[in-house]
Design a protein around this ligand. Sequence first.
Ligand code: TYD
Ligand code: MG
Length: 469
Amino acid sequence: MARTRTRFVCQKCGSEAARWLGRCPDCAEWNSMVEEMAPPPRTTTGPSMPQGAPQPIEDVSMETWSRTPSGIAEFDRVLGGGVVPGSLVLIGGDPGIGKSTLLMQACANLARTGRTLYVTGEESAQQVRMRADRLDAVVPDLYLGAETDIDIIEAHAQKLKPRYLIIDSIQTVHDPSGTSAPGTVSQVRACCARLMRLAKTTQVTVFLVGHVTKEGTLAGPRVLEHMVDTVLYFEGDRFQSYRILRAVKNRFGSTDEIGLFEMGDTGLREVVGASELFLSQRPEHGAGSAVVAIIEGTRPLLVEVQALVTRSFLSSPRRTTTGIDFNRAAMILAVLEKRCGLRMADKDVFVNVAGGLKVVEPAVDLGIAVALASSYRERPVDQRLVVTGEVGLAGETRSVHQTDRRLREALRMGFKRALVPGPRPRAGDDLRGLEIHEARTVREAIDAALVTGPAPAEEDDVFADFTPD
Ligand code: TYD
Ligand code: MG
């Protein structure tokens, strides 16, 4: 008789080893290897995708690509324009962020276009019903099941033949024939593979909810990301009401779109005026705050960059950034020090994008530089000024793409002046309401952005060492 074989599987990345290791050789996580039964050797090497003879590319049917709108425009935007039949979508996020709420709201709309099965392994059917009641999602063709056994879920799906299947969450589902414990990587992976097969063979669209660990990765099964068609992350500050849905992988669309929601008493509400949301709590006439026009996906957005520059009491001054790349901020600090004569070496510096948004676009550079200079000099930035532009190492400004679209958004939001890298082609007539300043260097930009006039009355002696350039 063959002896039972075991193997050790990293619970973080799914890497396998024949013996126990203290540290995973692949992802370098400590103490993550767990002993699991090795699966019986496969007798046939059947592919997980439906098989078919190769055919000319023109003859391949595109039918399955017709998308169905979920009825939630922000959700559709992130999905790439709607729900694709037969796709497998993973939605990750911290517990309590609103994944179940979002999917329940989507279900309410999707059930109008086809039968929908919502399988919950986390809550009882009663709890889900209560939530659905509140979200106005009690609709005829929405079926509810409280189940964690993948065999039974599959059987339900075969019988009901739903067009949409929601699994909340994938970590609670287990395969009873599997040899490892529920919740382990092998289990989650096996269940995901079976759902994938189900999606590809029956054209049901499957949404999987996945929990995220403290470190910010999908708990255990990072491997899932490779298996599914689309990976969305639902993020946001639990202490604030808005939420951001972001695509990190999408086989059916771009990954730079974000969806914006606000959590309220009746569930998630789409945010229409995103710029209004991000600028709503902007301080009036405060130093160290600049409004930047960025493009998130296809959408222009105005966000506030805040900076605080204070005297440091540490031998190596503190630099902290939230929402922007740390190295980018360090580069801009160096440019300010070297090219603009601002002495940053002995200052603690904090830079923050208000509202919890993460900005990766270089177009935010000039805004950061202006906000830093504003805090350094204790002079506010003109309240009605919007900034956009990249900063180069020589202290020059560099133009960014789609400037006109950014400026139109600024105009819509009531801004009167814009600071952009120059020189640039003449702006269109629709931007006539905006006074456009072209700055060739960061130094010029700072001069144009900061409010002039006598130095603030209560200037801190922290800045006594400041020599005007
Ligand atoms: P939930 O969708 O259960 O989160 P997840 O599935 O990601 O764990 O959302 C839970 C939170 O949302 C909870 O703190 C309550 C809040 N909430 C509202 O504020 N309003 C609502 O209408 C609903 C349904 C939830
Ligand atoms: Mg939930």
